[in-house]
Design a protein around this ligand. Structure first.
Ligand code: G
Ligand code: G
Ligand code: MN
Ligand code: NA
Length: 255
């Protein structure tokens, strides 16, 4: 109850902002895109991560409102980078399963892109497999199909931790799979994790699905992932999530 009231106040003060973490091509080392991660610019407590407010994403109304605030800023940030000629690649936003309760979700996202003049190919959404389960999976599927048909890419987040039904990869318009960081952490020591990561990469490559490993923290992990044929990596080895103002210098100083 307390958090809900605080979040409402924060929404009214426009305090939710995206930070951006780069995704790197393992073959070339270049930045190919970013993940936008919600932050709360709290008036007294400073910058808060979803650790403090993430439960709000489970509330359909709050998730939708926070999402709107983040997505609008992502689009205007991308507009600025396009105007500056910065090769930022593609930016992904996280969509909470409850955001799919909004019937107009796809139209709303496409409208933001249209208003800012950002081509859909610069935009991606990250969803978890829970959206493919249960009564509303047809609805979620049609929203994702609509986005996919307009050129927005669909990424399956936290892959391997949920129900991980392999048929989801065929059944739904999945362009991109993100291997959960829990499989990456012990990659060099745990043969089971290596087998799982290797199988996910092999499957994705066969299905022409792009694959990104999350939570990459060491050069050894990156090297192993490259050897297994993983396309992309994201993690503290490359950069922590940064404010939008730091993105231009990150891009121009990269390698
Ligand atoms: O940096 P990190 O602490 O950013 O994120 C923690 C969790 O919060 C992750 O699971 C991430 O997917 C989720 N998250 C971050 N930003 C958003 C957002 O804008 N919307 C939703 N639904 N989840 C987010
Ligand atoms: O659930 P999702 O994959 O959207 O969220 C990613 C989460 O992982 C965010 O909280 C982000 O800040 C965090 N993160 C990003 N890179 C790393 C990393 O290298 N190590 C760890 N431990 N967390 C990371
Ligand atoms: Mn994510
Ligand atoms: Na993840």
């Amino acid at each position: 109850v307390g958090l809900g009231r605080d979040v409402h106040a924060a929404l009214a003060r426009d305090e939710f902002i995206p930070h951006y973490q780069p995704k790197v091509c393992l073959a070339t080392g270049s930045i190919v895109g970013f993940e936008a991660l919600a932050r709360w610019h709290h008036p007294t407590q400073g910058l808060l991560t979803p650790g403090y407010f993430g439960t709000a994403f489970a509330d359909p109304e709050l998730a939708t409102a926070i999402g709107r605030q983040i997505n609008a800023k992502v689009a205007s940030d991308m507009r600025g980078w396009l105007d500056a000629g910065l090769p930022f690649g593609r930016v992904a936003v996280n969509l909470s399963p409850s955001a799919f309760n909004e019937p107009g979700l796809a139209d709303e996202l496409l409208m933001i892109l249209e208003h800012t003049g950002v081509p859909a190919r610069h935009f991606e959404v990250e969803v978890t497999e829970t959206v493919f389960l249960g009564r509303s999976s047809d609805h979620a599927s049609s929203i994702l199909m609509q986005l996919h048909q307009q050129g927005v890419r669909i990424a399956l987040d936290d892959f391997g931790t949920g129900y991980a039904s392999l048929t989801h990869l065929k059944q739904f318009p999945v362009d991109h799979v993100k291997i959960d960081q829990s499989f990456v952490r012990e990659l060099e020591r745990d043969e089971g994790d290596e087998a799982i990561v290797s199988a996910i990469i092999g499957l994705c490559r066969k299905l022409s699905i792009e694959v990104t490993a999350e939570g990459v923290e060491t050069p050894g992990q990156a090297q192993r992932l490259r050897g297994l044929g993983c396309h992309r990596a994201q993690g503290y080895l490359y950069a922590k999530p940064v404010a939008c103002t730091q993105v231009p210098s990150l891009l121009t100083s990269w390698k």
